[in-house]
Design a protein around this ligand. Structure first.
Ligand code: CAA
Length: 257
């Protein structure tokens, strides 16, 4: 794949997607989003990919959408940018495989929003997360006003979105924005360890669990419970269910396909 701003590799079942526009703190422009879209499509199709990790460099995960590009923009170009952003984010959020954002340095605006699309966020202790759009005279346009409140509640979201001030990793952990904070030098090994655990889980059950949680969020409790029931019952038709339960009864490790 011909990539300018992203380094992509698959190693031992883990797809590592590394934003690589260091001179702009990995700020995201249309080209970055188009590259990300292609990579995510490949990750979805490639059966050898079991877990997807998004990462940046030590100084920045992603410092937001490219402000230089947006500065010259009008209403029409804002729609074009957000259409593309939402399309790529939807692909990321809807991936049927587990996703992890390994955050170090700045994860601001569109960068924070990409991390919000992942199933897990592991933050290095030097991370600063936030949605500073309000300081630019706009509001988050990549799902920030919707995904953040669903994750951390209205009160903590209001603090972040209305002040535009970034928060440190420890505060992000305290409000539930990230799953774990680790020393910067351990970010990649901790992420690989989590990915290693997820890799061992059966893929159909992972997919069903993600669907139940994500779709359920926009349903009534009753609808969500029925969705869960359907997915639960569907899994009884899988080889992985037979293997998982047989392995338990035979006191051995399951060997999922
Ligand atoms: N867009 C474009 N360029 C960016 C950028 C961004 N979001 N963030 C950083 N850069 C560029 C800087 O312009 C600078 O480039 P030059 O050397 O060519 O001037 C380079 O990256 C290094 O940045 P700084 O010199 O500013 O580094 P710093 O360490 O002093 O400050 C920072 C770091 C606090 C993150 C600061 O760069 C900053 O505030 N960046 C903007 C953050 C932001 O507002 N993000 C939200 C964007 S809006 C958005 O994302 C909309 C959406 O939801 C879709």
């Amino acid at each position: 794949m011909d990539l300018e701003y992203i380094i992509f590799k698959v190693e031992d079942g883990i797809a590592w997607i590394q934003f690589n526009r260091p001179d702009k703190l990995n700020a995201v422009n249309a080209k970055v989003l188009e590259e990300l879209e292609k990579i995510l499509f490949q990750c979805e199709q490639d059966d050898t990919v079991r877990v997807i990790v998004l990462r940046g460099n030590e100084k920045a995960f992603v410092a937001g959408a490219d402000i230089k590009d947006m500065a010259a923009g009008d209403i029409q170009s804002a729609y074009a940018l957000t259409d593309l952003t939402l399309r790529v984010q939807e692909r990321l959020a809807d991936l049927p495989k587990p996703t992890i954002a390994a955050v170090s340095g700045f994860a601001l605006g569109g960068g924070c929003e990409l991390a919000l699309c992942c199933d897990f966020r592991i933050a290095a202790d030097n991370s600063r997360l936030g949605l500073p759009e309000i300081t630019l005279g706009i509001i988050p346009g990549g799902g920030g006003t919707q995904r953040l409140p669903r994750l951390v509640g209205l009160s903590a979201s209001a603090e972040i979105i209305l002040t535009g001030e970034s928060i440190k990793a420890e505060k992000a952990l305290q409000i539930g924005l990230v799953n774990k904070v680790v020393p910067l030098p351990e970010l990649i090994s901790e992420t690989a360890a989590l990915a290693g655990t997820l890799k061992q889980r059966p893929s159909m059950a992972l997919r069903a669990a993600k669907t139940a949680m994500r779709k359920g969020l926009s349903m009534s409790l009753k609808e969500g419970l029925h969705l869960e029931q359907d997915l639960f019952c569907m899994l009884f038709g899988t080889e992985d269910k037979k293997e998982g339960m047989a392995a338990f009864l035979e006191k051995r490790k399951p060997n999922y396909r």
